[in-house]
Each structure stands twice: as C-alpha cells, then as structure tokens.
Design a binder for this molecule. Structure first.
Ligand SMILES: Cc1cc2nc3c(=O)[nH]c(=O)nc-3n(C[C@H](O)[C@H](O)[C@H](O)COP(=O)(O)OP(=O)(O)OC[C@H]3O[C@@H](n4cnc5c(N)ncnc54)[C@H](O)[C@@H]3O)c2cc1C
Length: 488
C-alpha cells in the first residue's frame, strides 16, 4: 500500500517536512485546495494568488520527478482527507504550522512527523522560554548564534558585538540611487490562477522554487550589503528599500531559513557585506523569525484573544480605504498594501500597529485586518507580532513596553511628513499630527498601567512636563472622532 504524504500549502519544500526522504516509488502526494479555506476570510487576492499558484507549480514539479500527486479541489481539507482514509491509506504530514490546522489534522488521524521548517525545534524553544523570567528576544538571539554557530569566533560574536542596532537606524538617505527590484515573469499557471480569482497580477512575487531562489540570489548580491543601515527607514521614493522580500517564500516553504542564512553568510565570508548588514539580517532570520514562531507555540492558542488595554474601538475606515484619511503616512502605506500586500516591518509596527494601539482599536479586529492584508500573513507569525509587539494586548508578556510613538519618530525615519496636512511637531490645533496628539493622550490614559515601568520613565517625565495636557486631551477626542468618520 502506498504511503500518502499530505502536503499543506505552506510546506512546499522537497527536502523538509513530509517530503524529506520521500520516494516516488513508494509514496504518493496529496494536496488539497479547500474552497472553505479560501472563503474563510477576505484574503488579499495577492496572497491567494501566491499560495495557489505556488502550490500548483510545486505539484507539477513533483509529478515531473515521478510522484503521483492527487491535487484535489474540495469543500474542505476534511473532505479531501476523508477520501484517502476511507481507502484505508495511512496519511502522514509534517506538524502543521498553526493551532487550528494542528487540531483539525489530529482529529482526522493524520500521523505527524516533526516540522523542520524552522531552525529551532518546538521542544527546544519551549525549554528556553520555560527557563526565562522575561522573554527577551536579544537573549534568545544570542543563544541561537552560539547554538547554530553563526557569526561566531569561538564563543565571541564576530565583529566584537552582538548587536549593531545603533548603526542600523538611519533615516532614508537623500539623493540616493535605489537599486531596482527583481521581477518575476509570469507563466500559464500564474495567469490561470489570476483568471480564476478575477484579478490582474504584476511581476513582484515569484510562485516557484526557482523564482524564490532567484530572489534570494538577487537580494544577497544587490541589497544585502546595504540592508542594515536603512532597515528601519521609510520613503515614498522606493517601496522596498533594501529589504529582502523573502518572507512569503520562507513562510510557504519554497525557501528554508538555513538556505537563506547560508547564502547571506557566504557573501559575508567573501568580504562583500559589512558586519552591520550581515548581523542585522541574520538577527531577522535566526532571531526574530524563530523567536516569533517559538512564542506562538509557547504562549498557546488563547493568546490571540488577549486585550489587556481594554481596547474596544472598531477598525478605522482608513485601514480599508486610503481615501478616508489626509495622513500621508497612512495613505502611502495602505495604498502600497492594496497594490502588493506588503510593507516592511517598520510601517507594520510603527505606523499601522502604532495607530491601532494609540486609538484603542480592538486587537482582534486589527489582527483580522492584518491577516487579510499581507502576502506573508500566516497565523503563527501574525498573532505574536500583532498581539504582543504591535498593540501590546498581552499585558507585556512578550515586550516589556508598548511600541507607542508620536509623529516625531515617523518624521525622523521617513519623508512622509513632507507635504502632509499635519505637522508632527504639533499636538494641538487642526494641523496637529494625529500620531503626536494620540501618543500623549495614550500615555495619559494608561498612566496607571505604565508609569511604574522603568523603561517608560523618560516618556512619563515628558508627559509630566506638558503644559497643555487638557488641550491635548480635547484634541485627542476630536482626532478620534475625525478618524472614525474618515475626515482626518
Ligand atoms: C505587526 C507586525 C506584523 C507582522 N506580520 C508578519 C507576517 O504576517 N508574516 C511575516 O512573515 N512577517 C511578519 N512581520 C515581520 C516582518 O515585518 C516581515 O517578515 C517582513 O517585513 C517581510 O519582508 P522581508 O522578507 O523583506 O523582510 P526583511 O526585512 O528582509 O527580513 C528578513 C526576514 O526576517 C524575518 N523576520 C523579520 N522580522 C520578523 C518578525 N518580527 N517576525 C517574523 N519574521 C520576521 C522574515 O522572515 C523576513 O523575511 C510582522 C511584523 C510586525 C511588526
């Protein structure tokens, strides 16, 4: 009897997960396009296209290798899997990447093998986290550097420091020649999927292993050397700056993090990448990405429902319609998201999440919107990033203080404020930047929660020095009203 390997659409790698050691002479492959899953949310069409087209390309590649691939269109994963179980076939799969999928497949009697799509096995992360008082990413990252022996000289970090964050916080450069981004030619499968979804597609995202590898190579050659210094910068002149645009492929399996790290380190070893760029990039892959995935499993399925700041405001209209705001930064980012389903980590954190945090937007509503907006929006990565990092809804379990910031930060790190209707330096009056007003109002409203947090001492002494707090409070009410009615 053949072994059936069930291949979810986020495990598309020949050498990892269910396919590790698979043999066309012994194994058959089951892939299921579930209409229930596709319709379960208002997914961004760019994400849907990416996932479906990648899966169909991957199925064809497996067929070329000689595998029998059953690629089913079914109402649900359950109905697809039931067909195979009825025939008495044992079904195996790598452990799923989300709680809900894990529970569903477990109920269906799928036999799990270890999920090795990360560099850190789940039990190993659990052991680390269980031994921590606070879950500082920096501590995890240093342990990863040692454990994986990456950028190490015996037990010391290459370059003498663990952290080059200080070098990596430059604002966007002026008069800079941004390097072009890679484009991916479309084929028949891409066009067919686009037609089925009723959308038109551009050449931003690859949908094949070869395309993902080409993107990796291009990033390492062209962008990695300058990745570090500008990784936090935002500019209307270039939508991706020096970011890698690799998250979709890392998350659907077309690339494995080990391959990405190896390619980056090779370039560094050849003397072509400065330490601040390689350290900054390695930190993202072996640090942040692994930490977020580990925390997702460590914190449990219920973590997504936290709302420690009792934030109840409904999602602002500007999140779905950029015409509903005069704030340049929001307009730019929401328009970019509509076009490509992507903006980099600083807009996600310091613009989108920051606004949700400062306005007291319900965390779960915001989480839903985030999941429906990005190409790389897997559950395991969105939940901790939004609930823990973005809107501090977990009472500080993950991050010791909220990432709250006023217009001054956005003005320093971007060119969005140039020509904006609002002035980041003003906190009251019709032209006050909503971020600036709401930032002070947020600190004021949550004084009791945060005033004793020693990492926020400076922020609270700033608040205590404000002479116009009553006016700020009044302006904050106007801003919240204006944002809700789409007039600010
Ligand atoms: C509120 C919020 C929501 C986010 N949602 C997602 C998401 O749904 N999916 C997702 O993949 N990333 C998410 N991120 C992390 C990060 O913003 C994206 O991974 C990154 O912008 C993707 O672009 P890139 O590949 O060019 O990344 P680069 O800047 O080139 O970074 C390289 C890689 O590092 C990894 N990485 C860096 N930071 C994180 C992080 N915080 N969590 C997980 N991986 C990280 C990603 O795999 C990324 O591809 C989120 C961050 C925040 C603050």
């Amino acid at each position: 009897m053949p072994r059936t390997i069930y291949l979810p659409f986020d495990q598309l790698h020949r050498d990892f997960g269910g396919l590790k050691g698979a043999d066309p002479a012994r194994d058959q492959i089951l892939m299921i396009e579930s209409s229930g899953m596709l319709a379960s949310r208002k997914w961004h069409p760019v994400r849907l296209h990416f996932l479906l087209s990648s899966a169909r390309h991957f199925a064809d590649e497996l067929r070329l290798e000689g595998f029998t691939v059953h690629y089913l269109s079914e109402p649900s994963i359950e109905s697809g899997l039931a067909k195979f179980h009825q025939e008495g076939n044992p079904v195996i799969a790598a452990e799923p990447s989300s709680f809900s999928q894990f529970q569903r497949l477990q109920k269906l009697g799928v036999h799990f093998i270890e999920n090795d799509f990360f560099l850190t096995p789940r039990p190993l992360f659990h052991k680390w986290a269980a031994g921590q008082k606070t879950f500082l990413m920096e501590n995890f990252y240093r342990a990863q550097r040692k454990r994986l022996n990456i950028l190490m000289e015996s037990d010391q970090p290459v370059g003498g420091l663990w952290n080059f964050d200080k070098e990596n916080r430059l604002p966007p450069p002026k008069k800079y020649e941004w390097k072009p981004y890679f484009s991916h030619a479309r084929d028949d499968i891409d066009h067919k999927v686009a037609k089925e979804l009723g959308i038109s597609i551009d050449e931003t995202w690859a949908t094949t292993r070869a395309g993902a590898l080409a993107q990796l190579e291009y990033f390492v050659e062209v962008h990695l050397p300058s990745f570090g210094p500008y990784e936090d910068a935002m500019t209307t002149e270039n939508w991706a700056l020096h970011h890698s645009l690799l998250s979709p492929y890392l998350n659907n399996g077309l690339l494995h993090p080990q391959e990405v790290v190896n390619a980056a380190i090779r370039k560094f070893d050849a003397g072509e990448v400065p330490i601040e760029s390689i350290e900054g990039f390695v930190r993202q892959i072996i640090g942040w990405r692994e930490y977020i995935n580990g925390m997702y499993w460590f914190l449990g399925d219920d973590y997504r429902n936290q709302n420690h700041l009792a934030a109840t405001k409904t999602l602002l209209p500007l999140f779905t319609d950029p015409a509903k705001t005069k704030m340049n930064c929001m307009k730019e980012n929401i328009s970019d998201i509509k076009e490509r389903a992507w903006v980099h980590h600083i807009p996600r954190l310091m613009i989108l999440s920051n606004l949700a945090l400062l306005t007291g937007t319900n965390p779960q509503e915001f989480l839903d919107w985030m999941r429906e907006s990005f190409i790389d929006a897997a559950d395991w990565v969105m939940v901790p990033n939004v609930i823990g990092m973005g809107v501090h809804a977990d009472g500080g379990k993950m991050m010791t203080k909220p990432y709250a910031a006023g217009g001054a930060y956005i003005s320093r790190m971007s060119n969005y404020c140039k020509g904006c209707a609002y002035d980041p330096k003003l906190r009251t009056g019709d032209h006050a930047c909503p971020f600036t007003t709401l930032y002070w109002d947020f600190l004021d409203r949550h004084r009791e929660t945060f005033v004793k947090n020693h990492r926020m001492r400076q922020q609270y002494s700033g608040l205590d020095r404000l002479s116009d707090l009553p006016e700020v409070r009044l302006r904050a009410q106007e801003v919240l009203k204006g944002l809700s009615s789409g007039e600010i």
